[in-house]
Design a protein around this ligand. Structure first.
Ligand code: GLY
Ligand code: MN
Ligand code: MN
Length: 436
């Protein structure tokens, strides 16, 4: 598969066409965070910053000025420094920022307080990401104060600070062909990892050893980092939604739930499979699994353009409630049980979320108080589950400690959806065949 090049100029152009007149956009990068006195956490660029620039360095700020005659796109970034580069690695510097990242002008980040007021002056509106915890709001006020000081000399102070998020979130929510290339690749690598794990799991392994199979498969395919901390839960651990101690022994006769996905070129995948530690599902495990699988199928069928986002969720609740009634785990009339939320004891999260550069990606789920309709190009997860914690009372012992989730990544197409993570088996027979 050849690599795709993302057209960042086009992205900035699309954003610019949606701004109010005389507006400027300011976005700051992520920072490096120290892990211990020797090393840092792996650097992950702020998604909005990367989306608009492709620039992958910390201590940087981009400025987009569609209204201006010149300096329409400016990057502030670290200066070249041979000593620091020998220790910490390559820096693009200002020359690299203009030559390789399309900046009309680039400055050293150390000059930002000196230069930014001039760039802001003359704009009426300043858009910035209110959701980013990087302190850019405080810095903007400081720069505005600097402009105000010169007001009597004729400086024009911008009037409005506006949220960039609502506009940029909508752009990021609907994926382009280029983005889908990376998302599909992330999905493909993740499915390969699940297949590897299904084949290699065996009783007596520890959860972290199974996790290692995923990390190997991700990194070996060029996805250096998981998109989130992998959840590898054997037996009852599968019922703990955000379990990630991953330090228990995997026991013959138990299932193991693995929620793991890689990040590829800043795009996430998010896939859960639940499979036997040994060779086969038990009869009880099969019965619960089949309900979750049916919920997954029926919910997935509701992922199509024009359907409200919540429809898949309600479908899953119905299938799960009816399935649990059939097994005698819930007792009563399905509508009453749904009304009273009885299913929440066994299925306590939503059907899924938007997926993209972030695992729980940006984009509103409601518009004007109503669940929004799906549109082609949106990518979302479908991830129903049933979790029967071993401490639950009023549930027959044979069901206790079974936790199952099946999660896939779906692209809304013109007529329905495409499951971009379909390569990892979901059917009981297909999973068991892999292990024989
Ligand atoms: N892996 C996080 C989630 O499934 O939402
Ligand atoms: Mn998910
Ligand atoms: Mn997940």
């Amino acid at each position: 598969m050849s690599e795709k090049r993302i057209d960042f100029f086009e992205r900035r152009k699309r954003l610019s066409s949606q701004l109010l007149e005389d507006s400027i956009v300011v976005v700051a990068s992520s920072s490096i965070k120290s892990r211990n006195s020797d090393s840092d956490y792996p650097f992950r660029q702020d998604s909005n910053f990367y989306y608009l620039s492709g620039f992958n360095e910390p201590e940087s700020i981009i400025v987009i000025r569609p209204f201006a005659e010149n300096k329409k796109f400016v990057i502030f970034c670290r200066e070249r420094d041979s000593l620091r580069e020998q220790w910490d690695g390559f820096r693009s510097g200002q020359e690299g920022a203009t030559q390789n990242f399309g900046a009309d002008e680039a400055y050293g980040i150390s000059l930002v307080d000196q230069i930014m007021p001039d760039l802001l002056e003359g704009a009426r509106n300043i858009y910035y990401s209110m959701s980013s915890p990087n302190g850019i709001n405080i810095r903007l006020h400081k720069w505005l104060d600097q402009i105000r000081v010169n007001k009597r000399q004729g400086s024009e102070v911008p009037e409005n600070l506006l949220s960039l998020d609502s506009i940029l979130d909508e752009l990021r929510l609907v994926k382009t062909e280029e983005e889908l290339f990376f998302m599909k690749k992330a999905g493909e690598i993740t499915c390969g990892a699940h297949i590897r794990a299904m084949k290699s799991v065996s009783p007596g392994m520890y959860e972290y050893q199974l996790e290692a199979e995923y990390l190997h498969a991700f990194i070996n395919e060029g996805a250096r980092f998981p998109a989130y901390n992998s959840i590898v839960g054997g037996g009852n651990n599968a019922c703990i939604l955000h379990y990630n101690e991953n330090n228990s022994e995997l026991i013959d006769g138990d299932l193991v739930l693995v929620d793991a996905g890689c990040e590829y070129h800043h795009y996430a995948s998010d896939v859960t499979r639940t499979f036997p530690v040994g060779k086969r599902f038990s009869e009880e495990q099969k019965k619960i699994y089949e309900i979750v699988l049916e919920a997954h199928k029926q919910a997935s069928a509701e992922i199509k353009p024009g359907n409200p986002w919540n429809k898949a969720h309600n479908t899953a609740i119905k299938v799960i409630t009816e399935g649990l009634i059939n097994l005698g785990i819930l007792k009563g009339n399905p509508d009453d049980l749904i009304e009273r939320g009885e299913y929440l004891k066994f299925y306590m999260h939503r059907i899924g979320h938007w997926l993209g550069m972030d695992v729980h990606d940006v984009g509103n789920y409601k518009k004007n108080g109503k669940w929004r309709n799906l549109e082609p190009g949106m990518v979302l997860t479908v991830e129903p589950g049933i979790y029967i914690l071993d401490t639950l009372e009023d549930v027959e012992e044979k069901w206790l400690g079974i936790g199952i989730r099946i999660e896939d990544d779906l692209l809304v197409t013109g007529s329905g959806n495409e499951v971009i993570t379909a390569n990892a088996p979901r059917e009981i027979q297909d999973i068991e065949n892999l292990k024989s």
